[in-house]
Design a protein around this ligand. Structure first.
Ligand code: SIN
Ligand code: FE2
Length: 222
């Protein structure tokens, strides 16, 4: 059943009543608490992935080291190095295929996309970002994918952060939205190429992730 239907405002399940859809702009929504029930499973999935493909700080084409550490799972992984940004089927560090995408990742992404109005989303790439205090992600567009008709599904786990969601031009002033553990942002359609990023993570402790924040970005790359 769709937890966003007429049960909203009902008192019989606190966890359900805290879930809500927050529209950002046409084509973009925050699904508050959409991943909370599966969060422990998602974090176990991250642990399994990172045991095979460890988190690493990638280099940008401009020669900077990204402050967030990254790894990937699924058929394709997003990588950055001095030669550019791209998707590839293998981890450049080991030469091995990226670990398989855990089934709960795929299911959650499909359900979140449907709830946001994008039916049939089947991700073939999941970038996992790990932020420690001070780490951030500058405003950028997700544009290394082949088909911009496919949305982006972005899952927040652990410590909260301020998300910036801007316009189609880098200089458009972004909205700032607090993303907390379990929140899922979906953007697609007219919002697919909007600039976005996160401000520096503040130190803290989360019972499930300790001193960090994870972000899963699920995409259809090809
Ligand atoms: C990203 O855009 O790759 C990450 C966004 C986030 O960490 O919430
Ligand atoms: Fe992004």
């Amino acid at each position: 059943m769709n937890p966003y239907d007429s049960r909203t405002g009902d008192l019989f399940d606190q966890a359900v009543t805290q879930r809500q859809i927050q529209p950002l702009v046409a084509g973009a929504v925050v699904l508050r608490q959409f991943a909370t029930d599966q969060a422990a499973e998602l974090v176990s999935g991250i642990d399994r992935v990172q045991s095979q493909a460890p988190f690493r700080q990638m280099e940008t084409p401009g020669g900077f080291t990204m402050s967030a550490a990254m790894t990937n799972c699924g058929p394709l992984g997003w990588v950055s190095d001095r030669t550019g940004y791209r998707y590839q089927p293998t981890d450049p560090q080991s030469g091995q295929p990226w670990p398989p995408m855990p089934e709960p990742f795929r299911q959650l992404a499909n359900a979140a996309a449907s709830t946001a109005g994008f039916d049939g989303f089947e991700p073939d790439a999941c970038l996992i970002n790990r932020y420690l205090p001070g780490a951030k992600m500058s405003l950028h567009q997700d544009r290394n994918e082949r088909d911009f008709d496919q949305p982006i599904v972005s899952v927040s786990l652990g410590l909260p952060v301020l998300f910036q969601f801007g316009g189609l031009r880098r200089n458009d002033r972004p909205q700032r939205i607090l993303l907390e553990h379990g929140d899922v942002v979906v953007w697609g359609g007219p919002a697919r190429l909007r600039y976005h990023g996160v401000l520096a993570l503040k130190p803290g402790h989360h019972p499930l992730t300790g001193g960090c924040r994870y972000n899963l970005t699920l995409r259809r790359a090809v």
